[in-house]
Design a protein around this ligand. Structure first.
Ligand SMILES: [Zn+2]
Length: 413
């Protein structure tokens, strides 16, 4: 059993450092302040006795825990990100510690009347009796993903302190800029040297994910012909009406607000225009590769159809692929998911295996040659002031890491 106070202290020390990333910046890390936590982690890893501790020019922190068994064991890795989302302030985080949670409302900020209530956030109720870390209602907490970092650090410390637990070589990596979609961009998979890895970046206790969306964006440009409205008969072509035809020709119920689970969608996220020219911005999402391709084709076909209907070249569409479902890369090595499931059960955690309706860094890493399912880090309500994490969930995540190290070794004995 990992020590509760130690993982809590670790977590609290990390969330106090502001590491917000910035999509407007081209550098890596996108913000200078991310270096502060990256450098602290390097110091701590060296101090605890990890090997090959290094940080590269983009602030990727890597370290090795050498094997303590003689037989050959595949090298596995654990990955977390230290940046927080640009969507909400992560400055001056002032965590509140609610011990022995009574199951009722938690007042985050009396002055501003901000309450974390199980009436709105039903998941809270299951943590009655546990120690909950919340915000003070003015910032996010940063459990996404500093909980993941605290868990990996705690697990490594635990393995170092308990050499009787047998394990193969373990690699760990902490990345910048995950929240702006670039956590994997400068990740040196070759140098990392693991056969597979796990991101510790999921939400509630038990989550285990290896399926995510296939994703693309589509920009639809519609051109019309602007003429003085008083003299427009048989001459004006209003791009807004053509755009309207386009929008209403796509299936109205295949949208984010009408879909769940593995159902895909077209999402009209933005539109702008005038008589002369209109622009529609869509994102296209589907877990199934075939359905995903069919969706892209449907958009392109519709563009052509409308051109035919209006007898002019009035619709131009640009589709860009964004990311792919990691299932394609993980399914052939499904034993790495089974192993995680087994590790959870071994430490008394009920696995919740479900498809992600989004993407993860693990998906990108999987396509870069490092199959990488996602394991819970324990937090809830990411990216906002209602974010919280039970310490017991963090402890369990650390135990899952320890158990995974042990099981991997056992399996190759
Ligand atoms: Zn995250």
């Amino acid at each position: 059993m990992t020590n509760k106070q130690r993982i809590l202290d670790r977590f609290l020390s990390y969330v106090k450092i502001d590491t917000q990333s910035d999509p407007g910046s081209d550098s890596t890390p996108s913000t200078k302040k991310q270096w502060a936590l990256a450098n602290l982690l390097v110091d701590e890893l060296r101090e605890m006795g990890m090997q090959d501790v290094n940080i590269d020019e983009h602030a990727y922190v890597m370290a090795t825990l050498p094997a303590n068994v003689a037989h050959k064991v595949p090298v596995i890795g654990f990955v977390s990100h230290f940046d927080t989302t640009p969507d909400f302030s992560g400055k001056n985080v002032n965590p509140q510690i609610i011990e022995n949670y009574d199951g009722g409302d938690i007042i985050l900020n009396k002055e501003k009347n901000i309450t974390l209530s199980p009436e709105y956030f039903e998941d809270l109720a299951q943590y009655k009796g546990q120690t909950i870390i919340t915000t003070d209602g003015t910032t996010l907490l940063g459990a996404d993903d500093k909980a993941g970092i605290a868990e990996i650090m705690t697990a490594m410390q635990y393995l170092l302190d308990n050499p009787q637990i047998e394990h193969g070589e373990i690699k760990i990596c902490f990345t910048p800029d995950e929240e702006i979609g670039r956590g994997a961009h400068k990740f040196d998979v070759q140098k990392f040297g693991a056969e597979w890895a796990y991101t510790m970046d999921g939400s509630q206790i038990g989550e285990l994910e290896y399926e995510n969306f296939n994703a693309a964006s589509a920009v639809v440009k519609v051109t019309g012909k602007s003429v003085h409205p008083g003299y427009a008969k048989d001459n004006m072509i209003n791009s807004l009406y053509i755009a309207q035809d386009f929008i209403s020709s796509l299936p109205r119920l295949e949208t984010p607000e009408h879909t769940e689970g593995r159902q895909g969608f077209f999402h009209l996220s933005n539109m702008k225009g005038d008589v002369e020219e209109s622009e529609l911005h869509y994102i296209i999402r589907d877990h199934d590769k075939k359905h995903f391709e069919a969706r892209k084709k449907m958009i392109l076909d519709l563009g052509e159809e409308i051109c035919t209907q209006y007898e002019r070249d009035c619709v131009h569409i640009e589709i860009k692929d964004q990311y792919s479902n990691m299932k394609e890369k993980v399914e052939p090595v499904k034993h790495i998911v089974d192993l995680a499931e087994k590790a959870m059960k071994a430490v008394g955690v009920k696995p919740i295996i479900k498809p992600i309706r989004g993407g993860t860094d693990g998906a990108q890493l999987s396509y870069m040659g490092l199959p990488c399912p996602n394991i819970f880090a324990g937090g809830h309500n990411f990216h906002g002031k209602y974010e919280y994490v039970p310490v017991e969930s963090m402890q369990k995540a650390a135990e899952v890491i320890v158990k995974l190290a042990q099981l991997t070794s056992d399996q190759y004995k």
